[in-house]
Write a protein that binds this ligand. Structure first.
Ligand SMILES: CC/C=C\C=C\CC(=O)SCCNC(=O)CCNC(=O)[C@H](O)C(C)(C)COP(=O)(O)OP(=O)(O)OC[C@H]1O[C@@H](n2cnc3c(N)ncnc32)[C@H](O)[C@@H]1OP(=O)(O)O
Length: 318
């Protein structure tokens, strides 16, 4: 792809255009030189994700292996990481919706990949070398899931039907979870003989606000339905069907994308930091950031907009 075509793509970004995006397409326009754009011509396309920009400053990331129920194979683990790292610094992105194509949100980790891993491990007899292979793999998968939490932009997950195993890891790393009435969730790791190791055990108890419920779900691997997910706080809204779910998630993303990106991204940073720290540490953290941020153009502009009842202030890209 030439630089001019790439620029055209970037200009289209805040409009309703749906494309399979390359990693290079997701870089900020102002950071692209022709040398950097070059990989876009020859670089790979995501094979397991479809990226679109349905609203201004809103990116939609769709898990896309529908014939395998969006089971997360090695390629998808890597592409999730690459995608969210790209969106983290993309100034045209202020909020992200994650949904999935086909019958279910995701059937969890790709079990065929797991079988192949067994074969790969069997190639060496040395336990330390087997351990290194596993260490690298688990770290990659943990990093992939954690890119949603680390991404400064709010991430909204929109779940329909099954959200199993690694799917629960993924959604609990997001900021906001919506689902359909027919959605169900399952921390199924225990059923396949393992302790969940890429985030659910750390994040689910905080998401549902109950160690008792989280432990029950993780020890038993039982299904829990949308109604229970809602009453426990795992999801904050339930929609009748996938269409209304997606439109609700996109409307929320659009609302967030209209606010000051400095305010929104600092809010995410502070709330995520405060999950792991005392109230006083959280207050110290936000004071340090806001002594700069309260001098920003966004603050002056937003305060002026409140005074003049202008409900659509336009904020510079971040
Ligand atoms: C380092 C480790 C990091 C993370 C670990 C995470 C652990 C987990 O994720 S544990 C959870 C593992 N997942 C499962 O156990 C779910 C297995 N699938 C199912 O139980 C069912 O498919 C279903 C989700 C209940 C849906 O059933 P149904 O609607 O009847 O569809 P199927 O006919 O079963 O499936 C269609 C098609 O998809 C393939 N498939 C389904 N799940 C997986 C999977 N997890 N991995 C790979 N492939 C999967 C299934 O084989 C079918 O493929 P065909 O080619 O059409 O046969």
């Amino acid at each position: 792809m030439s630089l001019s075509r790439l620029n055209t793509f970037m200009k289209l970004a805040p409009t309703a255009t749906a494309v399979r995006a390359t990693a290079a397409q997701m870089q900020p326009q102002r950071q692209l030189s022709s040398a950097q754009a070059e990989p876009a011509a020859h670089g790979h396309h995501f094979k397991t994700l479809v990226i679109s920009t349905p609203k201004p400053f809103v990116f939609h990331v769709e898990l896309h292996r529908p014939t395998k129920l969006n089971a997360i194979n090695k390629q998808m683990w890597m592409e999730i990481k690459e995608c969210f790292e790209g969106l983290s610094t993309n100034p045209d992105c202020r909020a992200i919706v994650v949904s999935a194509a086909g019958k279910h949100f995701t059937a969890g980790i790709d079990l065929n990949d797991m079988m192949n891993l067994g074969q790969q491990l069997a190639e060496t007899d040395d336990v330390a070398r087997k351990g290194v292979i596993m260490e690298r793999l688990i770290r990659l998968y943990q990093d992939s899931i954690s890119t949603l939490e680390r991404c400064p932009k709010p991430v909204i997950t929109a779940v329909h039907k099954a959200c199993i195993g690694a799917g629960v890891d993924l959604i609990t790393s997001a900021d906001i979870r919506y689902c359909t009435e027919d959605a169900y969730f399952q921390v199924k790791e225990v059923e396949i003989g393992m302790a969940a190791d890429v985030g659910t055990l750390q994040r689910l108890p905080k998401a549902v606000g109950s160690q008792s419920l989280a432990r029950e779900l993780c020890f038993t691997g039982r299904r829990f339905e949308a109604a229970e997910a809602h009453s426990s706080g795992l999801v904050s809204r339930v929609f009748p069907d996938k269409e209304s779910l997606l439109s609700g998630a996109l409307a929320l993303a659009e609302n967030i994308a209209g606010k000051s990106p400095i305010a929104v991204q600092t809010t995410k940073e502070s709330m995520t930091y405060s999950l792991e720290h005392t109230n006083q540490q959280g207050l110290d953290h936000i004071r340090t950031i806001n002594k700069l941020n309260l001098q920003s153009e966004d603050f002056a502009q937003a305060v002026a907009a409140q005074l003049t009842k202008d409900d659509k202030p336009v904020f510079a890209k971040l």
